[in-house]
Design a protein. Sequence first.
Length: 185
Amino acid sequence: MRASKCAFGGGVGMTIPTLPVRWMYRFSSTNAFSERGLYLNLGYWAEARTIDEACEAMVELVGRTAGLTSADEVVDVGFGFAQQDIYWTRRFAPRRIIGINITPEQVRLARVRVRKLGLEERIDLREGSATATGLPDACCDVVTAVECAFHFETRERFRSIPETLYEPFDYVLAAARRPGTEPVK
């Protein structure tokens, strides 16, 4: 476990441990900022007036920018409670979404939510690391990571993952997409 130095009120610095991401999200595993959904992103505020509107605007922007379509197989890493996966399934109807998340409590709760909505045939949620997905090469068309890549050990390693999930690739905002298909403008 790493440690961070911090000082309170200009006083003497004290060393406190830096929590691994898995532990941090376990402590807050069933809490979200939004009221209507269980979004964990902080949103896109161009026109939003509430956190719920901003969170939904963020996943809408990622979905549109990635050009999600009904033909796509999507890998969503760091899915939290799968709120964006539920949104994308209803809004863009991708063929399938495979979610990878490192926090067991979030995976369990997200699976229950997806099952209650009858979407378990379209959304497959798995516990695992964004940098070691265990997925086969060339398994998807789009890779998404909504406001979570800063947690990945390491981000540089994560950036190379889309190369193995499909070849060749492009990055688009918080999504990667196979060339040859046009994103929604």
